[in-house]
Design a protein around this ligand. Structure first.
Ligand code: HPA
Length: 271
């Protein structure tokens, strides 16, 4: 039981949100499409880590998305900020403690494939934890041996694909490869990622997927492609480009998520 759970419970307005959403770099605008009931800065939540990465709001929002109650974590803390793969444990443990069952994780990523241009949305079918770090290192007990065969929930994935199809939006799926960052990859690393089966590369999310599975949450994840991987175009990569490009694909990702959650408001599947 985290202290933040007690602090947050009175702000749920009697709702029982079953869906949590983590918004990555440049994707915070999604909150503007929601009916916000309560918002609080991570800095005011006991035990929550505060990100110092520009483009990350660092606030928890209780809201209705298309009528469905949700808890949004706008902004995350990354492994590269401290070297701690467990940095998001408190926020994810808090969501689980508040009754969240489904966790939707979003991020910005680089494409490894010519046919996956910037602006695309890529649902994560699977991942490669290339950084080699698990957030569960140092934990005790048999629960730490978390199975990752079905890390990404098939039913949530099917619902996202169906929502995109209803909207006529193209949604691809593929493998996300987690590099530690904060430096971008080299061209050789991008070629390696492609050979090893990656479709996209990024600096986040994978530790959160592992933590979410540890806490028994079902996971859906998606990337907004902000750039081609290093060496694919000759251009140098930058965080400024990530921040500039993310809202473009982010708008499309937001529409798909809202369409998916609308279904919940009707059918009460995760309301
Ligand atoms: N590499 C790693 N992380 C990223 C990239 C990239 O090219 N683009 C956005 N996040």
């Amino acid at each position: 039981m985290t202290v933040a759970i007690d602090a947050l419970r009175p702000h749920l307005h009697g709702l029982r949100p079953r869906t949590g959403i983590v918004l990555g770099s440049g994707l915070g605008r999604f909150v503007e499409a929601l009916d916000v009931l309560y918002r609080v800065s991570y800095a005011d939540l006991p035990g929550f880590p505060v990100s110092r990465v520009s483009g990350h709001a660092g606030e928890l929002v209780v809201a209705r998305a298309s009528g469905t109650p949700v808890i949004v974590l706008s902004g995350r803390v990354h492994f590269y900020e401290s070297g701690d793969a467990n940095a998001m444990r408190m926020p994810i443990e808090t969501l689980a403690g508040l009754g969240i069952e489904n966790l939707i994780l979003t991020n910005s990523a680089g494409s490894v494939r010519e046919d996956l241009p910037p602006g695309s949305v890529l649902r994560t079918a699977d991942h490669i934890a290339f950084s080699g770090r698990s957030p569960l290192i140092g934990m005790e007990g048999d629960d730490r041996f978390v199975g990752m065969t079905n890390a990404y929930d098939a039913a949530l994935a099917a619902r996202m694909d169906a929502a995109a199809a209803r909207l006529g939006e193209t949604l691809q799926s593929g493998v996300y490869m987690w590099f530690s960052g904060p430096n971008f990859e080299t061209p050789a690393e991008i070629r390696m990622a492609r050979i090893l089966g990656a479709d996209a590369v990024g600096m986040s999310t994978v530790p959160e997927v592992i933590l979410a599975r540890y806490f028994g949450l079902k996971v859906l994840a998606a990337s907004v492609i902000t750039n081609y991987g290093a060496g694919m175009t000759g251009a140098e990569l930058s965080h400024a480009e990530t921040k500039e490009m993310a809202p473009k694909g982010g708008e499309r990702l937001g529409r798909i998520l809202l369409a998916m959650l609308e279904e919940d408001a009707d059918g009460a599947a995760t309301g």
